[in-house]
Design a protein around this ligand. Structure first.
Ligand code: FES
Length: 103
């Protein structure tokens, strides 16, 4: 499924990058900018970033479940990711509202 129409990136491409980043350090905080940097791409309109954050959360949960990471560590980490995702979504909505007021 196409996730980023600006860069023609699919969910499969994104999941592969997230998994390779987790293989390097399974406890690093992965954000959309890091994923796009690894693909040598950059956000243009950034409208896909909320979906990329959802993919990061889901892929990270699956990664740790498959490797049977310690439950308490995973819960804290996933909560940090979800909080980050919620903050990003709020920031995008606020930015769009400001742009609508300017236009
Ligand atoms: S849809 Fe991904 S940067 Fe525009």
């Amino acid at each position: 499924m196409m996730v980023c129409s600006c860069n023609l990136i699919t969910d499969k491409d994104i999941k592969e990058v997230i998994t390779s980043l987790l293989d390097e350090d399974c406890w690093q905080l992965i954000v959309p900018g890091k994923v796009y940097h690894a693909m040598q791409k950059r956000g243009r309109c950034c409208g896909c970033f909320p979906n990329v954050v959802d993919l990061i959360v889901r892929t990270t949960e699956e990664y740790h479940a498959a490797r049977e990471s310690q439950g308490d560590d995973v819960v804290v980490f996933i909560e940090r990711l979800k909080t980050f995702g919620a903050e990003q979504k709020t920031a995008i909505i606020e930015r769009r509202q400001r742009m609508a007021q300017i236009a």
